[in-house]
Structures are given as C-alpha cells and as structure tokens.
Design a protein around this ligand. Structure first.
Ligand code: NAP
Length: 247
C-alpha cells in the first residue's frame, strides 16, 4: 500500500493513474487547478476502485500552492511514498516566430517551473532521511521532447526536454536516499489536452501515422506510471520510458 500525490490528477493521464493506483489499494492525493468537479469525480473513482483519495487544489506554478498541496496530502493521507509530476499544458499550434511572450512565459512557468517546484518538494519529503523506505518520483515528459514539435509547439517540446534532463539529474541526486526517479514520454494520447490547444482531433488524426497505427488511451500511460511507482520497478531509476506506439 502506498500513498501518492498526482499533479493534474483530475483528468486525462493523471486521472487514469489515480484510478489504477486506487485499484491497488493505494491512497491518492488528486491535484487540480480549476476543475473541482472533475477532481472530486476522480477521487470518487479512486475510492470506488478500492483506494483512499482526496482532491486538492493548487496551481503547480505557484510555489505557495505547491507547498500547501503537499502539506494537505500528508496531513490527510500520511507520509508520501510517491509523487507523479504530471500537470502540464499545451497552447495552439504556431511557429516559434509567431509566439508572444505571454504564451512562452505561461508554458515555461507551468510545464517547467511547476514541475521543478513539485519535484523539489518530492525531493524534500521522500527519501530515507525523511522516511523509512525511500520512494519514487515519476515525471511526465512527452515524445515532443525528442521530435521537437516543429510548426506546432516548439515551446512545449522544449519544456518537456527540461523534464527529461531533470529526470537524469534528480535520479542521481536521490538514488543514494533510496528514491527512484523516472519519466514517461507519452505519444498521442486521447485526452482533453488536444482540445485545450484548439485541435481536439489531433491524437486520432496523427495516431494512424504511428507504427502501431492508432492513438493511445490514458490507461496505457497510467499502467506505466503505476508500474514505475510500484516495488515491481525496484531497480529502475534514471529511465525515460516511451509510451508512444513506437512513434
Ligand atoms: P489534460 O487531460 O489536459 O489534463 C491536464 C491536467 O493538468 C488536469 O488535471 C488539469 O487540472 C491539470 N493542470 C493544468 N494546469 C495545471 C496547473 N497549473 N496546476 C495544477 N494542475 C494543472 O492533460 P493530459 O493529456 O492528461 O496530460 C498530462 C501530462 O501528459 C501533461 O504533462 C502533458 O504534457 C503530458 N502529455 C500528454 C500527451 C497527450 O497526448 N495527451 C502526450 C505527451 C505528454 P484541471 O482539471 O483542474 O484543469
């Protein structure tokens, strides 16, 4: 039985990981930023699957929110064993030459600074110095980090490149404390993130061009997240797993 916090756990990939963790009997803090109804529905689904859950609001790009959400998770559910750094955004497809400063700032504040705040808080709370058994961190990158996402969102791609690099460095910092740090690069997954960027059919449309010939489902990423958190992955650290249908 584990206690975990998932940033952006209310919808999409984070929701899937939360419910799969619930099915293992784990306790899950489901973070969200604006969609309280979705977060409460996910928490209900975690409980329905057999776990414990709370929904906790917090903007990952706001340091005070991050500290408060980790505090709330540990107060309500107990010491954390795992953290999934998952919350992220995209923006409408455009060339870099057409991206304004507000868009770039928001992209890096949420996807990079937000991930660093959450990973830092995980580093402070997991590990043998703070906890008897160490723990695990899973960061959600993207295949865009390797593909570059030209003409769509090189800003997003770069923000995920930062996640890959953080995974490598943090795994080396935290390994001696018994904390495993890994990442996943999802490919084209059927979630609402594509609609939020103005291209709701993107995963379906481009999924047929991948080697497996289809888009992926959130549970196909959620399974990898839960495995990396679990003791079955006890010797896996510093790894970035592509869950992309071969893209
Ligand atoms: P999604 O369906 O759009 O869900 C996004 C989640 O993040 C929601 O729970 C949302 O909360 C939360 N969120 C957004 N901004 C936040 C903030 N500032 N602070 C806290 N929470 C915030 O997205 P998804 O497709 O599941 O994506 C999850 C992760 O996978 C992201 O990092 C994304 O970049 C990555 N990824 C996705 C794909 C894909 O094809 N779907 C591919 C590669 C990588 P609310 O419900 O409150 O809005």
């Amino acid at each position: 039985m584990k206690t975990i916090l998932i940033t952006g756990g209310s919808r999409g990939i984070g929701r899937s990981a939360a419910v799969l963790a619930g099915a293992r009997g784990w306790s899950v803090a489901v973070n969200y930023v604006g969609n309280e109804a979705a977060a409460e529905a996910t928490a209900d689904a975690v409980r329905g699957a057999g776990g414990r859950a709370i929904a906790v609001r917090g903007d990952v790009s706001v340091e005070a929110d991050v500290l408060a959400m980790f505090d709330a998770a540990e107060r309500e559910l107990g010491k954390l064993d795992g953290v999934v750094v998952n919350a992220g955004i995209v923006a409408p497809p455009r060339k870099l030459a057409e991206m304004d400063a507000a868009r770039l700032r928001r992209m890096f504040e949420i996807n990079v600074l937000g991930a660093y705040f959450c990973a830092r808080e995980a580093a402070r709370r997991l590990g043998r110095a703070h906890h008897r058994s160490g723990g695990a961190v899973v960061l959600i990158s993207s295949m865009a980090a390797q593909l570059g996402a030209p003409f769509e969102y090189v800003d997003y791609a770069g923000s995920k490149g930062a996640i890959d690099t953080l995974t490598v460095g943090l795994s080396k910092e935290l390994g001696p404390e018994g904390v495993r740090v890994n990442a996943i690069r999802p490919g084209l997954i059927e979630t609402e993130i594509h609609a939020s960027g103005g291209t709701p059919d993107r995963a379906t449309r481009l999924g047929v061009t991948t080697p497996l010939g289809r888009s992926g489902q959130p549970d196909e990423v959620g399974e990898a997240i839960v495995w990396l958190l679990s003791d079955a992955a006890s010797y896996v650290s510093g790894t970035i797993v592509n869950v992309s249908g071969g893209r």
